[in-house]
Write a protein that binds this ligand. Structure first.
Ligand code: SF4
Ligand code: SF4
Length: 503
């Protein structure tokens, strides 16, 4: 066992209101610069939808992530040996500016300098790259709230396999349903961006797992941009360097949550340490699809296990980090309560940001269905469970996003969340919890104590409970971590780069 620490962000999707405050906070802090205008290190997508850049999940086209061959070997989708060399000079898998959008501003001076006339002057949109006048035809959140059209939603690849009848119902205007999906770099355990870089300019920090670009080493090959299946590395056309989300490491090192999380209006974001076993990454990466999710979850270690604590200390992880891992909301939601999943685990990068699938649209549909059937939600807890597969946002769709199509995984999570709601509703509305509700909790694999803890951390967390940030010891060099791979110049499966101190 080789214990490592990873800073992980958790997104509670039920709570996201799609306000984009996170995106703007990130933009103001990190990408409000020349060459970075089109970059949104944090973006929020309306789903179903095609996202940003458009259709980023289409790996047949973009060739991001890894694939496993018949013999169980794993390869980067972007390059095998001969192709890799050819693609140094022309890479058809790279997204074009149009796939992101042509960044624009407005010529505000028009408002002041227009000649007097009968009409109010308007500020014309102009390209932030060329300065020319332009017609705005797309943007990173162009299909926000479905934008009044089902066109983008209809093209969402994660709708594959959803019952055609349900798909059709989803597109009918009164059934239009969507959720928000905030996205940042996943600071993966097996990052394809790192493995694809011919200049060894991207690396994963040993102390907290943050994936960074060493800009002095970056030679603008842009393999990272193509290789990241989440399209979370961007090329700065002005500086000629790749850039990406840095998980606000300068903020974390001074005890502050990343800007997107700190500013989040819906308080959907949580931050904490996860301990994982680096020796198991190889097994994760090589697992067949139907075992991939389980092996990734198994690689995350119990921070209360005495053996894990001993191995963590032997690996140079301090008591304060172990304490943080024990109080981590990421640990609680992901492993202790089993409510959160990585986005698209089939990309095999072992993403380390986690999502709690949304129940809200499910819940409202279920309640409507029950009302139509004249079944009161209070009396028939188990009928609620039976209605999950009639949810407006289909289980298959959520499964395609978070569990490689396995609906059972999503059903289990939603049942537990539903049971917690029933439990709290009984408690607060009726003032007591009856046998039927306790049975519903048990059937969902939870207990009154756990339900209370889930409710508490979901609805009433203090800032200190949402963001459990360990103290950083900048006096400690990475080389001082007792990790044999660090001394061999590698930091994990598929990593090509020697570890370097943060920029
Ligand atoms: Fe690299 Fe993963 Fe981040 Fe993509 S999401 S840039 S593969 S670490
Ligand atoms: Fe969602 Fe929070 Fe971002 Fe608003 S700030 S869009 S609630 S993640």
């Amino acid at each position: 066992m080789r214990v490592r620490a990873q800073m992980s962000m958790l997104f509670h999707l039920d709570k996201c209101i799609g306000c984009h405050t996170c995106s703007v906070a990130c933009k103001n802090l990190w990408t409000d610069r020349k060459g970075a205008e089109y970059m949104w290190w944090n973006n929020v997508e309306t789903r179903p939808g095609t996202g940003y850049p458009t259709g980023w999940e289409d790996q047949e086209h973009y060739k991001g992530g890894w694939w496993r061959d018949d013999k169980g070997k794993v390869h980067l989708k972007i390059q095998n040996q001969p192709m890799g060399l050819a693609r140094l000079f022309f890479n058809p898998a790279l997204p074009q500016l149009d796939d992101y959008y042509d960044p624009f501003t407005y010529r505000y001076s028009d408002l002041f300098t227009s000649p007097q006339g009968d009409q109010q002057p308007t500020a014309r949109p102009i390209s932030m790259i060329t300065g020319d006048e332009m017609e705005i035809t797309s943007g990173p959140n162009w299909d926000d709230d479905l934008g009044g059209s089902g066109t983008y939603a209809r093209n969402d690849l994660s709708l594959d396999g959803v019952d055609p009848e349900i798909r059709q119902q989803m597109e009918e205007i009164e059934r239009v349903v969507f959720n928000y999906l905030p996205r940042i770099c996943n600071h993966c355990l097996n990052p394809s961006c790192v493995a694809a870089c011919p200049a060894a300019a991207i690396y994963k920090r040993a102390e907290d797992g943050v994936v960074l670009v060493h800009e002095d080493k970056c030679r603008a090959w842009r393999m990272c941009v193509a290789a990241c299946p989440y399209k979370k590395v961007y090329y700065n056309w002005s500086s000629g360097k790749s850039e990406k989300c840095i998980l606000c490491f300068p903020r974390m090192e001074t005890g502050q949550a990343p800007a997107c999380a700190h500013s989040c209006v819906g308080r959907i974001r949580y931050m904490g340490v996860l301990l994982y076993d680096a020796d198991r990454i190889e097994a994760v990466v090589h697992s067949p699809d139907d075992e991939l999710l389980d092996t990734q979850m198994d690689a995350i270690l119990d921070p209360f296990d005495p053996r894990v604590i001993a191995e963590a200390k032997a690996a140079g992880i301090g008591d304060d980090w172990i304490d943080s891992a024990q109080r981590s909301p990421a640990w609680k939601f992901v492993k202790e309560w089993g409510l959160a999943l990585p986005l698209h685990p089939e990309y095999r990068t072992a993403a380390m940001m986690f999502y709690i699938p949304p129940l809200s649209p499910v819940m409202s549909t279920i309640e409507n269905n029950l009302a139509r059937l004249d079944i009161g939600t209070d009396e028939h807890d188990f009928e609620l469970f039976d209605q999950l597969d009639k949810a407006r946002l289909p289980l298959k769709y959520l499964a395609n996003l978070f569990s490689i199509g396995d609906e059972e995984v999503i059903t289990k999570i939603l049942r537990k969340m539903l049971a917690v709601r029933l439990f709290k509703r009984r408690q607060s509305v009726e003032g007591f919890v009856d046998e039927a509700t306790l049975a519903a909790l048990e059937a969902a694999g939870t207990t009154p104590e756990e339900a209370e803890a889930i409710y508490r951390l979901t609805t009433l967390p203090t800032m200190d409970e949402r963001f459990v940030l360990p103290p950083y010891h900048r006096e400690m060099s990475i080389e001082s971590l007792n990790d044999p791979l660090v001394h061999k110049g590698q930091v994990g499966v598929g990593y090509l780069t020697p570890p370097t101190r943060g920029a």
